[in-house]
Design a protein around this ligand. Structure first.
Ligand SMILES: N[C@@H](CCC(=O)N[C@@H](CS)C(=O)NCC(=O)O)C(=O)O
Length: 81
């Protein structure tokens, strides 16, 4: 799950990487939905986006901020699928 919004250039960078890698990662728009923005603030302590929520599958989640770190993570995990 990616938290952010398309008009944000840092989010757009991540969205472009997601598309290039052929991934389907839903966008939770923090500009349109205050609940999504609040979730980011609660998880990271700030409202800065993009933030990637990585669900472990057991109910736990890791929240990864910073566009360059998110792209790095996605490329390293999914490039050679
Ligand atoms: N270094 C961050 C910068 C992200 C950033 O500045 N995002 C802006 C939107 S484009 C933002 O969330 N600003 C509001 C805030 O920081 O509370 C990254 O690369 O992800």
């Amino acid at each position: 799950m990616l938290y952010g919004y398309p008009q944000c250039p840092f989010c757009a960078r991540v969205l472009h990487a997601i598309e290039s890698l052929g991934l389907e990662i839903p966008l939770r728009d923090t500009l349109r939905n205050v609940d999504h923005r609040n979730a980011v603030v609660e998880a990271t302590g700030r409202g800065t986006v993009p933030v990637l929520r990585i669900d472990a599958g057991d109910g736990r989640a890791e929240w990864l901020p910073e566009s360059t770190e998110i792209v790095r993570y996605l490329v390293s995990r999914f490039r050679d699928r």
